[in-house]
Write a protein that binds this ligand. Structure first.
Ligand SMILES: *Cc1c(COP(=O)(O)O)cnc(C)c1O
Length: 239
């Protein structure tokens, strides 16, 4: 159990994040409820994750499959959705399906095929997002924006997965114009996808973008899901 002070801190910080989301949405004429808050819980212990859900969090994002597997069983009594938001290696695929309702980091057709086949075997349809590298930074995963349409075509043809949108990690920059234009690029990919009216693209509406430091910029560019870690949990414990 976490002590009452720690639980209150998390609850207060989550409330503060919701205020930021609301202000940012209203500032650009959007409905605040059109932006969901995903709690990025990497390296956070189970009891803090539970405290955040009890404080009203409904959506959890884990980066590593091992953390998904370690914390998953301790969350089944609570009502929350769990997404994988970190890079997925194909030898870990089996362990993802029982715990995640959505894999946000699909960036190759091989990965999509494998997930689709596992999901079909399990009699499920798995939600996926395509990860796009909007900044072009070499350290980042994701397909280049110019290759996204190709991957979309291949993913929507697969039974076993449902394409529900796009995810990106914003540019590492102090220049807000650079960060914003990256987010605008992801929105353009989403708009072109849905606008194509191709079968299987109608649900691809989510834009998972924006983190603790830049969620206002992402919301201004249409984010439907901000992924927030430190703003709710404080500094991450070093693993
Ligand atoms: C850690 C992480 C976040 C949250 O970052 P904060 O700056 O702590 O809010 C969001 N998305 C991904 C993919 C992450 O790895």
């Amino acid at each position: 159990m976490v002590d009452a002070d720690a639980a209150r801190r998390i609850s207060d910080r989550l409330a503060a994040v919701r205020v930021r989301v609301r202000s940012a949405a209203e500032a650009c004429g959007r409905e605040p409820s059109s932006v969901r808050v995903l709690l990025a819980t990497k390296t956070q212990p189970l009891d803090l994750v539970r405290a955040a859900i009890l404080a009203g969090g409904t959506l959890i994002g884990e980066n590593r499959v091992q953390e998904l597997v370690d914390k998953g069983p301790g969350l089944t009594d609570l009502s929350c959705e769990v997404h994988l938001i970190g890079h997925l290696q194909s030898n870990k695929l089996n362990q993802v399906l029982p715990w995640a309702t959505c894999v946000q980091t699909v960036d190759s057709v091989e990965l999509a095929r494998r997930l689709a086949s596992r999901a079909s075997d399990a009699g499920r349809v798995l939600d996926v997002m395509i990860q796009v590298n909007v900044s072009g930074e070499e350290s980042k995963f994701g397909v280049p924006p110019a290759s996204a349409a190709d991957l979309v075509r291949q993913v929507v043809a697969l039974p076993g997965v449902r394409l529900c949108g796009f995810m990106t990690v914003g540019a590492r920059s102090s220049d807000t114009d650079v960060i914003r234009s990256g987010y605008a690029r992801l929105r353009a990919v989403r708009d072109e996808t849905v606008g194509s009216a191709m079968a299987g693209t109608a649900d691809a509406v989510e834009l998972s973008m924006g983190m603790s430091d830049d969620l206002e910029l992402a919301i201004a560019e249409g984010s439907t899901m901000v992924r927030v870690g430190t703003a709710v949990f404080g500094a991450r414990p070093t693993p």
